[in-house]
Design a protein around this ligand. Structure first.
Ligand SMILES: C[C@H](O)CC(=O)C(=O)O
Ligand code: MN
Length: 346
């Protein structure tokens, strides 16, 4: 398909999804430096918060180095052209967090729910729209719902006031055919003025291909992270996506070489480990497991001696979704116990 001349808004995830592999411990200086680099490269929208969104700081999700308020206050005043967004999962983030973000100058709020639970987003989407914010509904783990089911959920978010709906491949499980089917159906069902977005993870190395498939069926906002810094095998790598879009004539407004330098010079050096498709990240994609479970499963492997891959496969089999991080320990303990029983019987 000829996409030449199409315009898309690239939305950077490095400083929000990238908080997962950083265990939410980015310094204010790292945030400032990377955000400034992204702004200079022409990235129009940059997400900043705890990896699990506003209010994510907790025993369940992990305590960050700084509060959302501190991160947002550090970044927003430095931006010359980029706008800043914040993620909010109802139940983790509250309307007070939303108001705080608005007061600090956050332009875009993304209200995220599991892909069958859009009804819990009404209050937050309604308030953000009332405040005049760019208001996005973000349907996580979208591989777990059918195209028709996603249409119903997307319409709900649109009816609450969202001006953009995201289909989110949190597990990096979707293939380009799935993306076209699901986003195509949602595009057809939404009002023409409502934008469509796609958020990919690279666990099956499909981040760029899926993003292009999304653009083909009408997505105008695409998420990506510099050097892919994000949960699991990371998000769609921004510098690769920008280069591919450039070759295809898709207009992103992002400078091909400047974004490469941000990835290489600013983001790769702060990685605590290489963001790559190792066997555990690959298993996330293969078994359809929530990306941010990866580090929890690796920690449980060390604690209980059960391979992370086995824990992740079991989490996928049991259909665990975001918010059920505590079930990772539970699953690991049960698998360890089953192994002990098997060992004793042998
Ligand atoms: C809270 C999650 O990290 C949101 C996200 O980026 C995803 O579901 O993917
Ligand atoms: Mn993500």
């Amino acid at each position: 398909m000829n996409l030449s001349g199409k315009k898309v808004t690239l939305h950077d995830m490095t400083l929000r999804d990238g908080m997962h592999p950083k265990r939410h411990l980015m310094t204010l200086e790292q945030m400032r430096t990377i955000a400034t680099g992204l702004d200079e490269a022409g990235v129009p929208l940059i997400e900043v918060t705890h990896g699990d969104g506003l209010g994510g700081s907790s025993v369940n999700y992990g305590f960050p180095a700084h509060t959302d308020e501190e991160y947002l206050s550090a970044v927003i005043p430095l931006m010359k052209q980029a706008k800043v967004s914040a993620l909010l999962l109802p139940g983790i983030g509250t309307v007070d967090h939303l108001r705080m973000a608005h007061e600090l100058g956050v332009a875009t709020i993304r209200v995220a729910t599991h892909c069958t639970e859009a009804d819990v987003s009404e209050q937050h989407i309604g308030l953000a729209a009332k405040l005049g914010m760019d208001t996005v509904g973000f349907l996580m783990m979208s591989h777990m719902n059918s195209a028709e089911g996603l249409v119903t959920q997307a319409r709900l978010m649109e009816s609450y006031g969202a001006n953009c709906i995201y289909i989110t491949d949190s597990a990096g499980h979707m293939l380009p055919g799935d993306v076209k089917e699901k986003l195509g159906a949602v595009r057809d069902a939404l009002k023409p003025d409502t934008e469509l977005g796609f958020h990919g993870h690279h666990n099956l190395a499909m981040g760029v291909a899926n993003s292009i498939a999304a653009i083909e069926v009408g997505a105008t906002r695409i998420d990506a992270a510099a050097a892919g810094l994000g949960a699991g095998a990371g998000n769609t790598p921004m510098e690769v996506l920008v280069a591919v879009c450039d070759r295809m004539g898709i207009q992103t407004g992002v400078d091909v070489f400047k974004i490469q330098d941000v990835a290489e010079d600013l983001v790769v050096p702060i990685m605590d480990f290489p963001i790559r498709i190792d066997r555990d990240a690959l298993t996330l994609g293969y078994a359809g497991v929530y990306g941010s479970f990866l580090l929890f499963a690796k920690r449980a492997e060390k604690k209980y001696g059960v391979p992370a891959r086995e824990i992740l496969v079991e989490m996928g089999r049991r259909g665990m979704v975001g918010g059920q991080e505590d079930m990772i320990e539970d699953t690991a303990l049960n698998l360890a116990k089953a192994k002990q029983i098997q060992g004793a019987a042998a």
